[in-house]
Each structure stands twice: as C-alpha cells, then as structure tokens.
Design a protein around this ligand. Structure first.
Ligand code: MN
Length: 241
C-alpha cells in the first residue's frame, strides 16, 4: 500500500551552512506509517509550489525564534536565535499548504509560525513578557526531554481532543516563547495550568494542528495518536488525488 509522503521543515545553522533535523521527527512519522523527507529551505517559489503538490502532509519542526518583525514587533533582549531564511520558507509553504488543504502539523516553533502566518503574535520570551508571571510555570525543562513536566488541558470540543481522546495530557516543554494573540480563524485547543496556550487548530480544514510540546519525544498513547491522525489525514489526501 502506498504510504503518504510527509515533507518536514527542519532547522538551519545560524551561518546557513547546514540544514538539519532531529531524528525523532522522522522516526515518529515513520512509526505512524508515513515517509518523512527533509525539505530544502532555499528552494525557490516555483519549486516550493511543485513540491507541495507532491507532498501528502507537511510537518513544521521545532527550532529557533521567528523574527519579531514578522508580527510587527521590535526584538527584545531576551529573543533567541533567528534564521530569516527559515521564516521566509515556512511562511511560504504554510500558505501553499493552506491553499491545497494539505494536512499540516506544527510542533513547538511550528505552532508559533502557524500562528504568525495567519496574522497572530508571540510572546518573545515568556519569563520577560507573560502578564501572569507570578503563576508562570517553567516551560524550559532540563533533559531528559522524553520526560513530561507539565499538564495541558485539552478543550473537549476540539479536533485535538478527538485525536488524543484525553482531557489532560502530560507533556514535555522546551520553549521560551508562546502564542500571544491568536490569529483570526484559529482556535486555541489546549492550555497549560498557567494559561499559556499549548495547542491550536483551524476549523474547516482536514488537519491543521499545532502543539507547543514535543510529541515526537514522548512515548505515550496520546502522542502516538497525534502522529497517527496526522499521517491518516495525509493518506486520505493522497487517495483523493
Ligand atoms: Mn509548555
């Protein structure tokens, strides 16, 4: 049986010499029945469109910070490493993926750039900017990253809930940024106990889901279901073509 092809947008070195991806993303896609392929962030516009035509799903992986100018802000001193080429590429392929109703899963930075792509904003640094700092939990856990460190509450009326079938998930957390203003059209579907948004999705789309945690590093049932749901949506897309 043909397996869906999942394009993954990975990381770039600060000096742009290397494109790379942590293997856990590929293994998680493969385990769920997909074929993972790493995308070239410097492919030109026509190539990107043709590439998206041939993909069955798009995975936006974790990484550094989105350039704040992308959501019309000046950087604050606490901002982390940025790679403008990656921002440009991912904003382009998110638009192409939306036009094609391509199943899209965003992880960590992935959920953040999904929100920015649709017109939302980010906290550039939670400890520096989160309004409810007194209740802010630690979202930057130490290793091992396979160990969950905080809960998230899942909205029971969400597609995410249909996927994971759990109201509360225990997740890992390796981020210092988070969604501030949710983009128009997106729904927040999970939050940490301090109120930090941890998942979003787009209604009227077969699969446009972003999570702030790293399911590719977790071994629980909910994480497996998330990847299985994503690859299944990609398989449906493939069969419609
Ligand atoms: Mn977190």
């Amino acid at each position: 049986m043909p397996m869906p092809l999942i394009g993954i947008s990975g990381s770039l070195d600060a000096d742009g010499t290397r494109v790379f991806l942590l293997r856990a993303y590929m293994e998680a896609v493969q385990k769920a029945g997909g074929i993972p392929v790493l995308l070239n962030p410097s492919m030109h516009e026509d190539a990107a469109a043709q590439c998206l035509d041939r993909l069955d799903g798009l995975l936006l992986a974790g990484g550094g910070d989105v350039v704040p100018a992308r959501y019309e802000e000046e950087p604050i001193p606490e901002i982390g490493e940025q790679t403008p080429l990656r921002d440009e590429f991912e904003l382009r392929i998110i638009t192409l993926a939306l036009e094609r109703k391509l199943p899209t899963l965003g992880i960590c930075r992935g959920v953040q750039i999904m929100n920015v792509a649709l017109g939302g904003t980010l906290y550039q640094d939670l400890p520096a900017q989160y309004p409810a700092r007194s209740v802010l939990i630690d979202h930057r856990q130490p290793k091992p990253y396979e160990m969950p460190t905080h809960a998230v509450n899942v909205q029971t009326n969400s597609f995410l809930f249909q996927l994971v079938a759990q109201k509360e998930l225990l997740v890992n957390s390796m981020h210092h940024q988070a969604i501030k203003q949710l983009a128009p059209g997106l729904c927040a579907t999970a939050a940490a106990p301090d109120g930090v948004l941890e998942a979003l999705e787009l209604a009227d789309h077969p699969f446009f889901v972003g999570v702030q945690w790293h399911p590719e590093r977790l071994t629980d049932t909910a994480s497996a279901r998330l990847f299985e749901g994503f690859v299944k949506a990609a398989a449906c897309k493939m069969n419609r073509q």
